[in-house]
Design a protein around this ligand. Structure first.
Ligand code: FEO
Length: 399
């Protein structure tokens, strides 16, 4: 497998083909933990891999250099999927200096036994010469943790962007242009929605901080590297960070005896009647993963959520899904709540509260509720609601 990014800069990471869960995110196409080796007068390793795969990192690196020549270990991010192998690298190369910012040092000290580690603490904008190549460090707080930073190599015009622009995607290709563009963009969007949607503003600031740099290659810490498609991912991020809504309605529901499901379908019928050809998606939280829910929510203009009442409140699967969305803070959505009940109206009311907490612009003063099975009149009401939701989607997408 070709690992060279530029002369004397190689990928030495690990392809995790079989991982299917990343703290709750369903990684249906696996992932990669990207690490990069720069050989110069001084040699530097940029980031590491999960601790479980430290031996792979060390053997990939030792195929290119004598490990005792490793001078610097650049730590852009302390999360264990990138720092887990640090103790193993330091054990193999006791003289190596860990290069990171002060917040990263503090975080690493809370993760590992670091008493013997040698540190070089850098500040925003600092540079480190390796000989013919210069590393410049750019603090990017909250992309994805407070200590996160980018590393830029000006001579090669490469931005090592850590989690930003990444994808949980295992591929035999190292560059996006050698892979399916549709697949890598889908995985990049899924990654953005599930990992960094909450951090849109910090990402916007990070993108501004590097906007004056000449960048020919973006090497994230997960997935494929952006070279020919670098501009495509930057353009996509420009939309994603602002949560720019599409002319789209997302209908999400759970159901007990199909009454809420009937309401969901009637709302969909109304959406599809709109002449503007509004995009619509429907998901039942019982058979759709929260990862897909977050991804579909990212660019929707309207989020319509239905739950029946179970024991005074909403269905537990829906509560979990909405809790996940609330944490990710999707913005610029209109919200609508609906659902059936038998004798207590708690289910849809609690959905309504969740949507308010997410920050949705609510489209009614209260949820649309139906006692037991939807009547012909209720179905007509749902169709009318669907038309209104579609109209709202058109309005939000054009605003
Ligand atoms: Fe890939 Fe925030 O770690």
């Amino acid at each position: 497998m070709k690992t060279e990014l530029r002369e004397n800069i190689d990928w030495v990471g690990y392809i995790d083909w079989t991982v299917r869960d990343f703290h709750g995110y369903e990684t249906s196409r696996g992932s990669t933990y990207n690490a990069f080796l720069i050989r110069d007068k001084d040699t530097a390793l940029i980031d590491a891999v999960k601790g479980t795969y430290a031996d792979h990192l060390l053997s990939s690196s030792s195929a290119l250099i004598d490990l005792s020549d490793l001078r610097y270990l650049i730590c852009n991010h302390a999360e264990p999927d990138h720092s887990g192998a640090l103790p193993h690298v330091i054990k193999a190369c006791p003289d190596i200096e860990v290069v990171c910012n002060a917040k990263c040092k503090a975080a690493l000290e809370k993760h590992y036994e670091t008493a013997d580690w040698k540190w070089r603490v850098v500040e925003d904008g600092d540079s480190l010469s390796l000989g013919s190549k210069t590393l410049t460090f750019i603090n990017t707080p909250m992309v994805h943790w407070p200590e996160s930073m980018f590393t830029y190599v000006k001579e090669d015009k490469i931005l090592f962007s850590m989690d930003a622009f990444g994808q949980h995607y295992a591929s035999s290709h190292r560059f996006a242009e050698n892979d399916s563009l549709e697949t890598v963009m889908f995985e990049a969007r899924t990654y953005f929605a599930n990992i960094v949607m909450l951090y849109g503003k910090p990402i916007e600031r990070a993108m501004k901080a590097v906007s004056d740099l000449s960048i020919e290659m973006i090497a994230p810490s997960h997935g494929v590297i952006w070279r020919d498609y670098a501009k495509k991912i930057i353009t996509a991020y420009s939309d994603w960070v602002t949560h720019k809504p599409k002319k789209k309605v997302l209908i999400v529901y759970d159901t007990m005896w199909k009454s809420t499901e009937i309401m969901a379908h009637a709302i969909m019928d109304g959406v599809l009647l709109h002449p503007a050809g509004v995009e619509a998606r429907m998901m039942n939280v019982k058979n759709s993963h929260i990862t897909e829910l977050a991804t579909e929510t990212l660019d929707t203009a309207v989020l319509a959520v239905g739950s029946p009442t179970l024991n005074k409140t909403l269905m537990p699967g829906m509560a979990g899904a909405l809790t996940y969305l609330k944490g990710l803070s999707p913005a610029k959505k209109a919200g609508f709540a609906f659902g059936s009940y038998g004798w207590s109206k708690g289910g849809a009311k609690d959905v309504y509260k969740y949507l308010e907490e997410i920050g949705c612009e609510m489209m009614s003063d209260e949820p649309l509720q139906c006692r037991f099975v939807p009547s012909k009149e209720v179905i007509e009401d749902c169709i009318a609601v669907g038309k209104d939701l579609a109209e709202k989607a058109v309005e939000k997408a054009s605003g």
